[in-house]
Design a binder for this molecule. Structure first.
Ligand code: TYD
Length: 225
């Protein structure tokens, strides 16, 4: 048996960090975040987001985030799952596909490859997308922007479109939540929808992990061997 990895994704300004924390609290799961979650990861995060660092290449950015992810999975996520703890990660692999793959234009396949190298094949069991339209997200980001928040409206539109495309390509693994309401309204929807999915897939806390279940019933969850 292992725990479940649930990730929360969305554009900057979607309010996803608050929702990830509330979800983790509700499930009694470990909350963690990317880039970050480890000492090394937090240092890499500071560098990647530092608005004073100029000229960082897009590929260097992608690899720094992948390095942070490798450390995060090895040091935090995998050990927790192996101890049958559930983990809620504020961003994970799909952030890289959206931001570096589509936003920076580095290509989704290439970014997926380096991310899967970093995670040694670990993928989220369930991904919650906090969906907000560009003007609302931009408004919520405010004026004090980090390096990636400052990448421009076109960049952020590509990111949101990439998320929507990934979610519609794999509806069994993604839950899309309208993020335009209040924190409490959005949180209610996130928790309800996650519980529905967990129940639907017989994953509720006490049941055996899908990794122990038959592969046929779990095809939609993208189970590997
Ligand atoms: P974010 O999670 O939005 O934190 P905060 O709520 O404190 O702003 O910030 C992390 C930033 O890192 C965000 O702009 C997205 C970016 N990012 C990537 O570009 N690729 C990734 O793979 C990850 C995990 C994050």
């Amino acid at each position: 048996m292992t725990g479940y990895l649930i990730t929360v994704e969305g554009p900057d300004g979607s309010g996803k960090s608050t929702q990830a924390r509330l979800l983790a609290e509700h499930l009694g799961a470990i909350y963690t975040r990317e880039p970050g979650g480890t000492e090394l990861g937090e240092k890499l995060r500071d560098m990647v987001l530092d608005p004073n660092i100029e000229g960082l290449s897009d590929r260097a950015e992608a690899l720094m985030i992948a390095a942070a992810r490798a450390q995060h999975v090895e040091e935090v996520v995998r050990p927790a799952l192996e101890q049958e703890k559930n983990v809620v990660s504020d961003r994970f692999l799909e952030s890289s596909v959206a931001y570096q793959g589509y936003g920076r234009g580095l290509g989704s396949e290439e970014i997926l490859d380096i991310s899967m190298f970093a995670t040694q094949g670990l993928k989220a069991d369930l991904i919650v997308l906090i969906d907000v339209d560009a003007p609302l997200a931009s408004n919520r980001r405010g004026k004090n922007l980090d390096r990636i928040e400052n990448a421009g409206d076109d960049f952020h539109s590509r990111v949101m479109n990439a998320y929507r495309a990934m979610a519609s390509d794999d509806p069994e693994r993604w839950v899309v939540i309208d993020g335009s309401g209040t924190v409490a309204e959005v949180s209610r929807q996130v928790i309800d929808q996650v519980e529905v999915r967990l129940e639907k897939h017989c994953l509720l806390y006490t049941s055996p992990s899908p990794r122990d279940a038959t592969l046929s019933g779990m095809a939609g969850w993208g189970w590997k061997k």
